[in-house]
Write a protein that binds this ligand. Structure first.
Ligand code: GTP
Ligand code: MN
Ligand code: MN
Ligand code: MN
Ligand code: MN
Ligand code: MN
Length: 221
């Protein structure tokens, strides 16, 4: 029990970064599975009715069947170990395309994920599994359509228990909003994928991200 508590504690206190690896290097390791997830998002600069809370962006995540928050996506069913990098990337893209259709009913006659949408790869801390990540930007109108269609997806109600937008603002008490959201139970490294993508896509500044992360710790209730 002690070990487990210490492990959880250190996970909480460590910098948000896990071990990342290049896409190319991940293909060289034998007997590893590959999974791929994607942050679907849109710029959203309108102010709320309560004007001080700037939404920044609409980012879609989901409540999974296991109760955790995560991104849509899933396993790369084909074996991509040892194959050329561009072929592997295509297979990963087709896996994430399929999973986004299954889990969120995204219409891929209208939205095409490309190599430019690839972000990074992480190694699972205990399983022989690599976790690839993409971000996919679209217009707010398109994202709203996806939200409206998502409840009719194949996997809604079994793999997927809900879709949600990430609250990216911090409310006047310095805790509600994004800091509170960061205390959800996130699957695997999805919290880190979210934080890294917010920075990479310049949705929040590094300073805003650091503040939200530290507020989430100080005010944990
Ligand atoms: P099935 O179709 O039921 O097989 O599930 P799936 O293919 O949709 O797989 P799932 O999305 O559950 O993801 C596969 C692996 O990735 C599991 O080990 C999860 O723990 C992990 N995982 C799930 N969601 C995320 C996520 O958002 N980020 C990260 N890093 N890992 C995730
Ligand atoms: Mn799935
Ligand atoms: Mn999934
Ligand atoms: Mn799957
Ligand atoms: Mn499935
Ligand atoms: Mn800002």
């Amino acid at each position: 029990l002690n070990t487990r508590m210490n492990h959880n504690e250190s996970k909480k206190e460590s910098p948000e970064l896990g071990k990342d690896i290049s896409f190319e290097a991940s293909l060289q390791e034998k007997d590893h599975a590959h999974a791929v997830h994607c942050m679907v998002w849109a710029k959203w600069e309108d102010h709320f009715v309560i004007e001080e809370f700037v939404p920044h962006a609409a980012i879609l995540m989901q409540v999974r069947f296991d109760g955790c928050i995560g991104f849509p996506g899933g396993m790369v069913d084909e074996d991509i170990t040892g194959i050329p990098i561009h072929q592997a990337k295509e297979k990963v893209i087709s896996a994430v395309t399929r999973e986004l259709a299954e889990e969120m009913n995204v219409d891929f006659t209208r939205h095409v994920i490309t190599k430019e949408d690839y972000m990074f790869t992480h190694r699972h801390p205990s399983k022989k599994l690599f976790l690839h990540f993409f971000t996919f930007e679209m217009s707010l109108d398109s994202l709203r359509e996806i939200e409206n269609m998502a409840l009719k997806s194949m996997d809604f109600g079994n793999e997927v228990m809900g879709i949600l937008r990430v609250p990216l603002y911090t409310m006047n008490d310095g805790y509600r909003g994004f800091p509170a959201f960061l205390n959800q139970n996130f699957i695997q490294c999805s919290r880190q994928q979210l934080l890294l993508s917010l920075d990479a896509k310049k949705i929040l500044t590094k300073n805003e991200i650091d503040e939200a992360v530290s507020s989430s710790r100080l005010n944990r209730t």
